[in-house]
Design a binder for this molecule. Structure first.
Ligand code: ATP
Ligand code: MG
Length: 571
């Protein structure tokens, strides 16, 4: 977001090397809008996000929200959230609430502009009647199979329905009877009268209304006929005064029909449909069918499992709206289909949290470190800067004492070359504290190291100006008596990165290591007031977020958002 709180969607700031002038390059949608404004086709820009309430929103929907909201703000217009709930089979009220929450969280501020397409059923019916009166729509009795047969193919034209030439009066009567429940489900449909020989199959007398006795979550049993998407959507847009109806590429071939509907219904300032390419991410699952199966099979813990990319899952994992916005800006808006690497999203969350969140010490796989020459029962406090890259975040005091925890990977009995961490005889710096030298270690009957012993040099306290000698390794630690115990969950891609998302039989290629649960982690006491969604950098480990579902004061649970290593290089 910029200083005025507006989303400057996809403004790609480039420095023109020749004359050192800053130019802002506009995406193709912005160029079209500016042309429309310049040529007087519109004065403001009204957009909408029109989800079907049949599932949870995912990262692809976030792209559409950010794009539509951003355009409305950029050109001083309004942004609507509209539930496209004209199809009663799939809709569920439970999704309405989650969608509202997700749209708000991602920054699509629709204020009081919340609409339901089903509130326009009367206008849609009137629209259909108008088309009949103009001789542009007719009631057809062909069966679904016959309709398909009459439609023709990509290479062959269709043929006219024998019911195409019914009179206006007959059509009006039949359509009214359809509405009044005189006919069985599927017995008749209302079709547009366009052109059965059109090269565009969508224009071969498409169905506008069908009979279906289904209860609707909003209108109950008021209707037994329901409009088809291609007829309903342009009407919804026109009623709301949408100027630019932005959708994804699969609707490109439907645009002539969209235009036909708004033209024949004689809307004064008809909306214009513009298509862009869907966002695809590598190695993630967005299909509702697959996610539903993962939930049912107990492979994931609900639609907000942090390994998924639904908006609620990303929020629970610890992604921020700012990081997702940054990601969409980097992806840009285009007309050609491509998929974006997940590591780019990880890059964005690292960038966003880098200067905002404190960096603290946490030990994920603990072994005890005992400083044998440090006084028993003494605790001292060392000063630690909260964020090395942002001094404004200040300092904190961290307890230090004789018994600490260090991470298992920071100690080795027989180290390989270039291992500069702890091993017998070696000296390292304990981050923010003292130099220690390893004197001994203890193992259990299996040979697993249970304790490391060392001595410290009181002269070497961090910040004391000690310059006597240098050490090559610095490791983090946590004082044992004051540490907060926590559970930490590490995530990898839910599907196997190497082998791709789908198997040959269409099943998912699951990664068996997508979740690792560490039950005994120790974190410095500054963590104690952490609440749901708070995030931290655990030094040398990555960024972690308090899990909103399972974390409790007495049983802290953290999700690893992302490690510190990046495979993505910004251009
Ligand atoms: P899905 O089947 O993945 O849930 P959908 O297109 O059926 O997607 P809708 O509720 O119909 O979901 O979509 C609402 C809006 O979000 C539409 O305008 C649609 O074009 C847009 N949208 C859906 N998926 C993506 C995506 N991957 N990238 C960008 N926009 C998307
Ligand atoms: Mg859909």
């Amino acid at each position: 977001m910029d200083n005025e709180g507006k989303l400057t969607n996809n403004e790609d700031l480039r420095i023109d090397e020749e004359n050192k002038q800053e130019t802002v390059s506009k995406n193709f949608i912005e160029q079209m809008i500016e042309k429309d404004i310049k040529e007087g086709r519109c004065t403001t820009v009204m957009t909408r996000f029109p989800p079907e309430p049949n599932g949870y929103l995912h990262i692809g929907h976030a792209k559409s929200i950010i794009l539509n909201y951003g355009l409305a703000m950029k050109y001083g217009g309004k942004f609507n959230l509209r539930f496209d709930d004209t199809n009663p089979t799939k809709e569920k009220t439970e999704f309405v609430e989650s969608i509202i929450e997700d749209v708000k969280w991602i920054g699509g501020n629709f204020e009081d502009r919340l609409f339901f397409a089903s509130n326009y059923f009367d206008q849609m019916y009137e629209g259909a009647v108008k088309l009949i009166k103009k001789g542009k729509a007719y009631v057809c009795d062909l069966t679904p199979d016959q309709i398909r047969e009459y439609r023709g193919t990509l290479t062959e034209p269709g043929k006219n329905s024998p019911y195409r030439d019914r009179t206006v009066e007959e059509n009006l009567k039949l359509f009214e009877d359809m509405k009044n429940g005189v006919y069985a489900d599927g017995a008749k449909v209302l079709r547009a009268k366009i052109d059965m020989t059109s090269p565009n199959i969508n224009m071969r007398d498409p169905i506008l209304y069908r009979i279906a006795r289904m209860s609707h979550h909003n209108t109950g049993d008021t209707w037994c006929i329901y409009p088809m998407y291609d007829f309903a959507h342009p009407i919804e847009d026109a009623i709301e005064g949408i100027t630019h109806s932005i959708c994804t590429l699969e609707f490109e071939d439907h645009r002539p029909l969209y235009d036909w509907v708004v033209t024949e219904l004689e809307y004064e300032n008809p909306p214009k449909q513009i298509e862009f390419a869907k966002l695809y991410l590598t190695n993630v699952i967005t299909g509702k069918r697959y996610i539903k199966k993962l939930v049912e099979d107990g492979i994931v813990d609900g639609w907000d499992d942090p390994r998924l990319v639904s908006i609620s899952a990303l929020r629970r994992r610890g992604f921020t709206p700012e990081s997702i916005k940054m990601f969409m800006d980097l992806c840009g808006i285009s007309k050609s289909q491509s998929s974006v690497d997940y590591s780019m999203l990880e890059y964005c969350i690292r960038e966003d949290l880098k200067l905002k969140q404190p960096r603290i010490m946490a030990v994920l796989d603990p072994i005890k470190l005992i400083i044998t020459n440090y006084p028993q029962d003494q605790i001292e406090y060392v000063d630690v800067i909260n964020n090395q890259e942002n001094e404004e975040m200040g300092e904190r005091k961290v307890p230090f004492c004789r018994e600490l925890y260090i991470d298992r990977e920071d100690f080795m009995i027989t180290p390989p070359k270039k291992y500069f961490r702890l091993f017998p005889g070696n000296e390292v710096r304990l981050m923010h504290a003292y130099f220690v030298t390893c004197t001994d270690y203890i193992t259990d009957e299996t040979g697993k190291v249970t304790e490391v012993h060392c001595t410290y040099d009181p002269e070497t306290r961090s910040g004391s100006g000690f310059t006597g000698r240098k050490v090559k390794g610095t490791i983090h630690w946590v004082a044992a008596p004051t540490a907060k115990k926590a559970e930490v969950r590490l995530y990898e891609n839910i599907v196997d990165e190497e082998k791709g998302v789908y198997n040959e039989d269409g099943s998912l290629n699951l990664n068996p290591n997508s979740l690792t649960i560490l039950k005994e982690c120790y974190i410095e006491p500054s963590i104690k007031n952490a609440k749901a969604y708070d995030s931290f950098q655990f030094l040398r480990h990555g960024y972690f977020c308090v899990d909103a579902k399972d974390s409790e004061e007495e049983h802290l649970v953290f999700n690893r958002i992302v490690s510190l290593k990046s495979s993505y290089k910004p251009v």
